[in-house]
Ligand binder design. Structure first.
Ligand code: PA5
Length: 444
């Protein structure tokens, strides 16, 4: 079960900080439970772990089984909320080297999350000699990065398997009713999965958006949903002992006291992409109206030898949130060395996990002594159920936090600015005036 430890927070805050947050928390909770807050058209994720479409869930499992039987690789095309959740779960539960250690599971390659020709050609090269399928994921269907990548992989599939064969290998996850990808999928007869209308990209990992690629990787999506559902049941109970209320209250009080950055730290290399998912969740939800903690992430102990210096002694702007997995998958015992050249024989016979635990404890105290409040989130293990708990915990905390901050946690108006400039510079019809203005500024 997920556990929150705020014992290294209170010394950084004025007395009575919890009480001062309580009214805001009650209101934020009500907004989420009753759909009365800003952006309430996008709170379908609140009850999703219970209310998800069971028929579609069964179709996801069936499609995953088919892909696992006829493909050595799955190319997942999507950007932002349309890929980060799947990658976070696949890597955290298995390995950041999933494609190297996957055994009989298909390789999973992510494409369409940037505009690098080198990056895309690498994936094309990787599937050159193997049977593969494509899961194209885009709620709007018009996002440039995945749309360009999909054109390329669709053509590759059609060239290799013919139009009919390609149709059998393309899975489209998109809006139920509208959008360019929906239209194309209907016309071509691709198997379709739905991004629910009321679930935004960054909250969509527990829909088909995340679940299909996750299931293809051989991960138990039933257990993932069970973890999320159990956490949901816990967090839907209002009160100051609700861990999401406590986390949101601490973040908000620390922000008000002058902290401007929240660093998510993990001690497992496989956790890195969970940090990427978390950054999008909080960054897009809170970073608006010139407000919000800037979400960053680090991998310990590796980054203690780089960012550790700044965290210890740089600007005192940070809050650190550590995610710990209580149980270890692997046991490695440190061997004795009769010559003891490195002086480490005091560790002979000790488990590496014991050393890691002492590192976590020592780092926490050092950072707290250096003026960095520390929030500890612990879950049982690096498995599906704990990941379900973590996902729902952070989603729910993020919704509450956004409302505490006084912003709409479910829109992302700032993302449009770059898109509009890019469309104009690329000559998209309708952007002629903006193109002329931008080119003038660029000196073209
Ligand atoms: O959280 C979000 O809404 C965004 O990150 C989107 O997921 C991202 O921009 C991709 O959008 P789409 O799925 O419409 O291609």
């Amino acid at each position: 079960m997920l556990h929150l430890d705020l014992s290294n927070v209170s010394q950084f805050l004025p007395e009575g900080w919890r009480v001062r947050e309580e009214n805001g928390l009650k209101k934020a909770h009500e907004y989420l439970m009753e759909g009365t807050g800003a952006g309430s058209d996008y709170i379908g994720w609140v009850n999703l772990p219970e209310n998800y479409d069971k028929k579609e869930f069964a179709r996801i499992q069936k499609a995953a089984a088919k892909i696992r039987s006829d493909s050595k690789a799955l190319v997942v095309i999507g950007i932002g909320g349309s890929y980060l959740g799947a990658r976070a779960v696949i890597e955290t539960v298995t390995s950041n080297n999933y494609n190297l250690v996957r055994g009989d599971n298909p390789a999973i390659y992510f494409a369409g999350n940037g505009l690098s020709a080198d990056g895309l050609s690498e994936v094309i090269e990787l599937v050159k000699d193997v049977d593969f399928s494509v899961n194209v994921i885009s709620k709007s269907g018009t996002t440039t990065e995945p749309a360009v990548a999909f054109r390329i992989f669709k053509a590759l599939l059609e060239e290799r398997y013919g139009k009919e064969g390609a149709r059998e290998r393309i899975y489209a996850t998109t809006d139920a009713k509208r959008g360019a990808l929906k239209g194309l999928a209907d016309k071509e007869g691709y198997e379709e999965f739905v991004v629910p209308d009321d679930v935004g990209g960054r909250y969509s990992v527990l829909t088909a958006v995340g679940l299909l690629p996750i299931a293809v990787a051989g991960i138990d999506i039933d257990a993932l949903m069970t973890g999320a559902r159990e956490e949901m049941e816990r967090l839907h109970k209002p009160g100051m002992d609700n861990p999401a209320w406590q986390y949101a209250a601490a973040r908000h009080a620390l922000y008000d006291s002058g902290k401007k950055i929240e660093i998510l730290a993990g001690y497992e290399p496989s956790f890195r992409f969970f940090g990427e998912w978390w950054k999008q969740l909080f960054g897009e939800s809170e970073g608006k109206e010139n407000k919000g903690l800037y979400p960053a992430s680090v991998e310990f102990t590796a980054d203690l030898h780089s960012m550790g210096q700044y965290i210890q002694q740089g600007e005192r702007l940070m809050v650190e949130t550590v995610v710990r997995f209580d149980k270890n998958h692997t046991k490695i015992s440190i061997p004795d060395d009769p010559e003891n050249v490195d002086g480490l024989n005091f560790l002979s016979g000790k488990q590496l996990s014991f050393v890691a635990e002492q590192a976590l404890r020592g780092v926490t105290l050092a950072h707290v002594d250096g003026g960095v409040p520390n929030i500890l989130v612990s879950v049982d293990a690096r498995d599906e159920k704990s990941l379900g708990e973590l996902i729902y915990f952070f989603e729910y905390s993020c919704g509450v936090s956004g409302y505490l901050l006084g912003v709409n946690p479910f829109d992302q108006p700032g993302v449009e600015a770059y898109k509009n400039n890019m469309y104009a510079l690329l000559g998209k019809p309708g952007y002629e005036k903006q193109k002329a203005e931008l080119e003038k500024r660029l000196g073209c």
